[in-house]
Design a protein. Structure first.
Length: 264
């Protein structure tokens, strides 16, 4: 397991065990979008802002390789679906752990939607990837959401906790899930997940304060950081927004301190 430990230190802060991940896998699901055109600049901005890792699909790496800026970890995303399809909740594997090793990735990620019609196939795929990750010493991040015909509220604390636990049970080293809206309910999610939990950012929010408060509250509940995309790479100042989030997650700032130092 030394391989996993060494690679985890490339995507997480070794002092706190927390991480600031900026996912950039949106192009497959929603197509070209603001913030993901000049990939080298965006990756440089989040690296200079203190993010610990970026996450993307294999074809995007060649357009994102940087010649300047700070070091940053790379997570290769293995699953995909498009919003144009009729089965957007059904994620399929489009890359492998072996490919991740070849491109120099520090971790891989898999997306599952617990409750979707193709849940069995996604769970089976996750089990297979988890086995390969254990064999090769590759850290595994699992994006686990409650989505499907029987799911009325994907932010319901019990549903979020269930999805997060599924991820851990099948081998996740880090679990990404939705924030449930308050510290008490999210504390239960973290407690039940066992593995380190990071929160998703979701759709673009209306204010910096709203984003940073969510980040702060999740850490107070025991979360280990964030995996936030659009609310970072579509910000008016990507580097400063990344720095504000990093100050909270990695350096223990409160919301007021992070806002004052970076965004005012």
């Amino acid at each position: 397991m030394y391989g996993k430990s060494i690679r985890l230190e490339r995507i997480m802060d070794r002092n706190t065990g927390n991480c600031v991940i900026v996912p950039m896998d949106h192009g497959i699901s929603i197509g070209p979008t603001d913030g993901l055109y000049d990939m080298k600049k965006t990756v440089d901005d989040v690296a200079n802002g203190g993010a610990t890792a970026v996450l993307m699909h294999k074809g995007l790496i060649r357009f994102s390789h940087r010649t300047s800026g700070h070091d940053i970890g790379l997570i290769l995303h293995l699953s995909a679906s498009t919003d144009l399809g009729v089965t957007s909740n059904s994620k399929v594997l489009v890359a492998t752990v072996e490919e991740a090793l070849k491109v120099g990735a520090d971790a891989v990620s898999v997306h599952i939607n617990v409750g979707a019609e193709t849940e069995p196939e996604m769970l089976s795929d996750l089990g297979d990837v988890s086995k390969e990750c254990a064999e090769w010493g590759m850290p595994l991040l699992v994006m686990a959401y409650a989505r499907g015909p029987k799911i009325q509220n994907s932010y319901d604390p019990q549903a979020v906790a269930h999805a997060a636990r599924v991820a851990t049970e099948l081998g996740a080293d880090v679990v990404k899930c939705s924030y449930t809206g308050d510290i008490d309910s999210f504390r239960d999610v973290v407690r039940g997940a066992l593995a380190p939990v990071v929160i998703a950012g979701g759709p673009k929010m209306s204010s910096d304060l709203e984003i940073l408060q969510m980040v702060y509250d999740s850490v107070q509940a025991g979360g280990h950081g964030v995996s936030i995309g659009r609310n970072v790479f579509q910000h008016r100042n990507v580097e400063k927004m990344t720095k504000a989030i990093s100050d909270i997650v990695l350096r223990g700032y409160d919301v007021e301190e992070a806002m004052k130092e970076n965004l005012q």
